[in-house]
Design a binder for this molecule. Sequence first.
Ligand SMILES: Cc1cc2nc3c(=O)[nH]c(=O)nc-3n(C[C@H](O)[C@H](O)[C@H](O)COP(=O)(O)OP(=O)(O)OC[C@H]3O[C@@H](n4cnc5c(N)ncnc54)[C@H](O)[C@@H]3O)c2cc1C
Length: 454
Amino acid sequence: MAAGPSDTQVGIIGGGPAGASMAAYLAKAGLKCVVFESELFPRPHVGESLVPSSTRVFRDLGFLETMERERFPHKFGAGWTAANSQISYDHDWDGLGETDGHAHADGPNIRFEERQQPGVDQNYTYHVDRGKFDQLLLQHASGLGADVHEGVRVSGVEFNGRAKVNYQMAGKEMCTTCDLVVDASGRRTLLGNQLKLRIRDDVFDQFAIHTWFDDYDRKAWIKKDQHADFIFIHFLPLTNSWIWQIPITDTITSIGVVTQRRNFAKTKASREEFFWETVRSRPEVYAKLKEAKQVRPFSEEGDYSYAMKQVAGDRWLMVGDAGRFVDPIFSTGVSIALNSSRFAHTDVLQAFATGNFSQGAFDNYTSTIRRGTTNWYEFIKVYYRLNVLFTYFITDTRYRLDVLKLLQGDVYEAEEPAVLTKMRAMVAEVENTPKHPWHKLLNDLTANAFKPAF
Ligand SMILES: Cc1cc2nc3c(=O)[nH]c(=O)nc-3n(C[C@H](O)[C@H](O)[C@H](O)COP(=O)(O)OP(=O)(O)OC[C@H]3O[C@@H](n4cnc5c(N)ncnc54)[C@H](O)[C@@H]3O)c2cc1C
């Protein structure tokens, strides 16, 4: 087998946000690293709306200037529209609800500027065309000194002494040896599959179909000027189903339908027909979309939630989706990918300083990223179990900022967020009280249905 790019300190598999930010952090600190990316960039990718905790990474890496120069739409907040005005959410329970005098004037729309975030001095984040964003971030890593190779698919890694990354380049089998391998291969989970660490999440068996539209009237949902360029989530009157509406440019909008896979599996409709049939359950959205022009083919994503038994081992670690994927309802994936590199790179630098590349050398990273993704997962689980709870907490001034903190992506602190503990207790009470007015609103996801095996 021929040797490819000469032996290096860190081999990074995948050049998406996780791999590119990891390469940028390490190259900036003076480490030699090689990125192996199977695609030729720019390539389209799902995951176009960021949360503000991404800003810390952009600042660390000197990438904020690029975000501004390239004029990615500023995302000042998020809005939710209800599926069914027939469902009454006006019960006042435990002091929660719009009728108790604590209701926030903006209702379920949130603006990031409502809560100051340590280390983040702008009141917005971004929506991104992932083709363009991922390419710019990877180029930025290259500019900082990372050795980037596109069109190179890694087939596996051998761990005998130093790690050996095997791949095809120019039609030839090649390899590069390195002290440490970072798996940033996204939902393809290269090491997760190779080492059989992946645990399927049967609860969130969701399915998404998405595309871009030109001239969709997204202003139809805006009650105030400052809601322009929010992400909007339109709930559908189907279990666990919703539509995302994400501004990509002044006129182009990304629209995605998310629903349970079984809804798609049981229909004989094509995916295009299924998309339109599902959107039709929100006639106002349907009417506006029919006036717009679809400018991309439909793409679909399925079977996308999972965990890993381990996210680090001797001479390897996983960042971003390669380590775990939680449901995208709160636009978390890219932020988790970027922040996983932010946390992991300090352990990596320490490993090079001490020469210790064993699993234990990555404990700080492992515990921090697990805390964050577990908090997200718990929040999402409670949300899917009893949607109304989210609406009540976000509209109640006493809890609003605590929920906003989660939505800003600040989920990595040692303590579980108190609001999450309270939400979970409320779900348990509703589950155990058949006469509770919200009991009939419980979805079929059970709060403890999925326990990650770690
Ligand atoms: C339906 C849906 C909606 C979503 N919406 C959002 C959203 O609004 N906001 C958000 O933040 N996130 C969202 N996400 C999540 C987001 O897409 C991911 O979390 C994010 O892309 C993770 O970045 P990553 O770098 O870990 O992986 P990726 O972006 O997938 O990058 C992985 C890279 O690795 C490369 N690769 C894979 N295998 C190999 C190999 N063997 N050799 C070499 N290269 C390889 C791939 O080509 C790819 O470029 C959504 C996800 C889904 C499924």
